[in-house]
Design a protein around this ligand. Structure first.
Ligand code: NAP
Length: 251
């Protein structure tokens, strides 16, 4: 049997698709044939242009994911634009840096709300559409901090470790209903999220020294993993956290 990575006829929702990892994943899914609804609070014009250049289909929906208020409207928008919801990529995420001893409740709540709470309730909203169809794919963007502690990012580590657990729970509940729930755990990629790290000479060289591949990742290098997990080729893959990390976890 030839593995099938074709996403033609599928609709994907990608949160935070305006930049970085979300943009790269949106372009990869569209290049594999999916119609993509990009969801976020900033202009998606650049993503729209890249997808048009690749010959794909794209629409955008403006939503602030710091609350769960927009989740039903997001699903409705995908159905209105493209007729279905087959794939959800929970990519939108934030990070706040401070020593644990000084960390504030505001920085705890802000990160947990976007990275974990909205990811769960958006998954719930799409699953209500997917379950009657008997098919769907949910891909959570986890992190090395789904496996490790890190420093100075307590709410981020809690949210990404929580997202790994949630990925496994949802896989256990929904695998039998035809939904594949998995996660991608990116290593260290060049995006806005890691600007502070890359600008800190000591942290940057410590991180680089630990990456067997010897370089930071380019967000486009996550596209293949996303297409795989969104495709029929991953039909029997459930509840996995797939590292794409230049070998970081192997060291
Ligand atoms: P990024 O460039 O900062 O992208 C974050 C995305 O999330 C942006 O599109 C951002 O929109 C969106 N977002 C944040 N808060 C939002 C809100 N309240 N409502 C709507 N959208 C919101 O960083 P990135 O690296 O591509 O991050 C994408 C995901 O990958 C995150 O979940 C991050 O934790 C994860 N990750 C990144 C790395 C890495 O090395 N870069 C490693 C592991 C995991 P705005 O542009 O409007 O802020």
């Amino acid at each position: 049997m030839k593995p099938n990575f074709d996403l033609s006829g599928r609709t994907a929702i990608v949160t935070g698709a305006n930049t970085g990892i979300g943009q790269a994943i949106a372009v990869a899914l569209a290049s594999a044939g999916a119609a993509v609804l990009g969801v976020g609070r900033s202009s998606m014009a650049e993503t729209e242009e890249q997808i048009a250049d690749a010959g794909g289909r794209f629409a955008s929906f403006s939503a602030d994911l710091s609350t769960i208020e927009p989740v039903d409207a997001i699903v409705d928008a995908a159905v209105a634009a493209f007729g279905s919801v087959d794939i959800l990529v929970n990519n939108a995420g934030i990070i706040r840096r401070a020593d644990a001893i000084d960390f504030t409740e505001a920085d705890w709540d802000a990160v947990m709300d976007v990275n974990l709470k909205t990811a769960f309730f958006l998954s719930q909203a799409v699953a209500k559409r997917m379950i009657p169809n008997g098919r769907g794919k949910i891909i959570n963007i986890a992190s090395m901090l789904s496996f490790q502690g890190g420093i100075r990012i307590p709410s981020y580590t809690a949210s990404k470790s929580g997202l790994a657990g949630l990925t496994r729970l949802l896989a256990c509940e929904w695998a039998g209903r035809g939904i594949n729930v998995n996660a991608i755990a990116p290593g260290y990629f060049i995006t806005n999220n890691t600007t502070a790290l890359r600008e800190d000479a000591k942290r940057s060289s410590d991180i680089l020294a630990r990456i067997p591949a010897g370089r930071w990742g380019d967000p486009q290098e996550l596209g293949g993993a996303a297409v795989f997990l969104a495709s029929d080729a991953a039909a029997y893959v459930h509840g996995t956290i797939l590292p794409v990390d230049g070998g970081w976890l192997a060291r």
